[in-house]
Design a protein around this ligand. Structure first.
Ligand code: HEM
Length: 194
């Protein structure tokens, strides 16, 4: 991604591309693989959608817990608006399920929080598409359990996340990327197991 890169390339200590571009490029293949893996869940039927939510919760809950333990509310004062754990637990409850398992994730550094947030906030973009599939399902129970996929609609949380990422000084970019990969891997392991 070279467009606009000259704006940042002269900035001492900064890599040639912006951090968001580096995160996107470094996780593109993980995103493709996860996308392919998730397409195996049929989101138009009760059991497929429930399994998708179980897999998503199995990664989302421990990642959000790790963020909270690392102090995400200091980095993102609007964290309560961004957290989706309660929404996904409520959806699963409506479908008669608990969270059957969670995957383990490491403790986060400050830069690790940014890499993790990149993955979680980015997943809202995919959720928008998945929501359309769920909304088309003949079974009305699915649409009534879509708080997770609907979460934050209209609040421009992705855009405000990107603004915060761009304004961050002193982020260890390689570390942020490592943790973004770890977050994608958590979703992959959860989808494998669900
Ligand atoms: C089948 C499921 C998914 C589909 C169809 C999907 C689709 C998409 C699409 C279309 C975008 C680009 C949207 C835009 O630029 O406006 C996007 C971005 C993104 N998605 Fe997914 N996604 C899925 C699942 C996920 C999951 C589960 C995660 C993370 C756990 C994720 C992480 C991201 C990230 C980080 C971006 C931002 C990439 C960037 O920097 O531009 N996605 N996704």
């Amino acid at each position: 991604m070279l467009a606009g890169a000259s704006d940042v390339s002269s900035h001492v200590g900064r890599s040639f591309s912006g951090l968001r571009e580096r995160l996107r490029d470094s996780t593109a293949s993980a995103h493709r693989e996860l996308d392919a893996q998730l397409s195996a869940f049929d989101l138009t039927v009760f059991s497929g959608y429930r399994r998708f939510l179980q897999a998503s919760a199995a990664a989302l809950l421990p990642l959000e817990t790790a963020l909270v333990e690392a102090g995400i509310a200091r980095l993102f004062p609007d964290w309560p608006e961004r957290s989706r754990s309660a929404a996904i637990v409520a959806d699963l409850g409506r479908l008669g399920s608990a969270v059957p398992f969670t995957v383990s994730v490491p403790a986060l550094t400050r830069s690790g929080m940014l890499g993790t947030m990149y993955v979680l906030e980015g997943s809202r973009l995919g959720a928008k598409f998945l929501l359309k599939t769920v909304a088309d399902a003949a079974d009305p129970r699915l649409g009534e359990a879509a708080a997770y996929l609907n979460h934050g609609t209209g609040k421009r949380l992705w855009q405000s996340f990107l603004a915060k990422l761009a304004s961050e000084e002193g982020c260890e970019e390689d570390e942020a990327i490592d943790f973004a990969r770890i977050a994608f891997a958590a979703f992959e392991r959860a989808a494998d197991r669900a």
